[in-house]
Design a protein around this ligand. Structure first.
Ligand SMILES: Cc1ncc(COP(=O)(O)O)c(C=O)c1O
Length: 365
């Protein structure tokens, strides 16, 4: 495990050593952006470190209200609601929408927060093959009893693949169902204005889609949010135990979220630059002959044949001053892979150095 001794930039310090850092999810470099850090510090000076109460009681500040307003502007929705973590967003959505669906269809490689999010009363749960809309359709056809909910990651956290949301949405509407997209890795990244996977597919504002989003990745802060029509956000505020019975987000985090939305709005070029850098690295990795996934996102996996060779490659990179983790979450069939992430902060010479070391590895093993 890497123990960090400072900020997560394109380099990190760990154990008194400086490493080139191709890990984490600080895609737009906002977790270390000076204006965002300043906003967080100012908030702590004014409000302290926490509000020690739930939003429903005495835990709402002007900072929370301002962030919800800014999120709604960013998402072009009536309203937004923020809560303790992105992980909880799928659960909140599946609970508040539960009268609108009878069965649940999940991509088999869904993030654990999706599986955790299914309400206890729902027993008709079907897993379709990863990103396979033909399999999804046949499962919808076979199990056509009541309205379906389809739920998928927008961008898959480990492989960076984008779910075929256009086709999934067609199936959802064709079967009178609804769709939830976990856009943890798409918010701020995909779509012309960074509104996520629906925007990428021209589905922004389409009926029957809800996004579960987080401020912990591209937005460089922390906390989950859902932007929607005010009927749904009202329902969350009135009936979600997760929303009502947890302490409100701390001042530093909320102020950082608001500051980050301003930076995202004012710097659309960050996304283009990120995409270019990711393209450069992905093309290099493909031409070296590694097994990876094609695409446009800043998440680039390298699949190895076994856990040992994945670990050896990660250790080899580390010996050469580069951090790229092997992913080993419980229950995921991904522990043979390294997960490389690109940030807008990376310099091209740093990416070239990574490619050189990967080339050395290929020559040796
Ligand atoms: C796809 C996906 N959904 C949800 C989450 C949870 O988000 P957060 O860490 O902001 O709670 C993550 C983060 O790891 C994720 O990768």
């Amino acid at each position: 495990m890497v123990v960090l001794d400072g900020e997560i930039g394109n380099y990190v310090i760990s154990g008194n050593k400086k490493y080139s850092y191709f890990a984490g999810n600080n895609y737009l470099g906002l977790a270390t952006h000076p204006e965002i850090k300043d906003a967080a510090v100012r908030a702590v000076k004014k409000y302290g470190t926490g509000f020690s109460a739930s939003r429903q009681t005495t835990g709402t500040s002007w900072l929370h209200l301002e962030l919800e307003k800014e999120l709604s502007l960013f998402k072009q929705k009536d309203d937004s609601v923020i809560f303790a973590s992105g992980y909880l967003g799928n659960r909140i959505l599946m609970e508040v929408l539960q009268d609108r669906y009878a069965s649940v269809f999940i991509d088999q490689d869904s993030h654990p927060s999706i599986i955790f999010g299914i309400p206890a009363g729902k027993s008709d749960i079907f897993r379709y093959n990863h990103c396979d809309t033909a399999d999804l359709e046949s499962k919808l056809k076979e199990n056509n009893r009541g309205m379906p909910l389809i739920i998928t990651d927008g961008v898959f956290a480990l492989t960076g693949e984008i779910a075929p949301l256009d086709k999934i949405y067609d199936l959802a509407t064709g079967y009178n169902g609804i769709l939830i997209v976990d856009d943890a890795h798409s918010t701020g990244i995909l779509g012309e204005t960074g509104r996520g996977t629906p925007e990428h597919f021209g589905l922004d504002g389409a009926k029957g889609i809800w996004q579960s989003e987080t401020m912990s990745k591209a937005l460089g802060s922390y906390g989950g949010f859902i932007s929607s029509d005010s009927v749904l956000t009202g329902q969350i505020r009135e009936s979600s135990a997760i929303y009502q019975a947890s302490t409100s987000l701390p001042p530093a985090v909320v102020a950082a979220g608001t500051a980050s939305l301003k930076i995202i709005r004012e710097n659309p070029g960050f996304r283009t630059e990120l995409t270019e850098k990711a393209r450069f690295l992905r093309n290099g990795i493909i031409s070296l002959g590694f097994h990876t996934c094609r695409g446009i996102t800043p998440i680039i996996p390298i699949f190895e044949d076994g856990h040992e060779s994945a670990g050896n490659l990660s250790a080899f990179l580390e010996q050469h001053g580069i951090i790229v983790p092997v992913i080993n979450y419980p229950g995921l069939k991904s522990n043979f892979m390294l997960r490389i992430t690109v940030s807008v902060l990376h310099e091209y010479q740093q990416i070239e150095k990574l490619l050189d070391i990967l080339h050395d590895w290929k020559n040796r093993y």
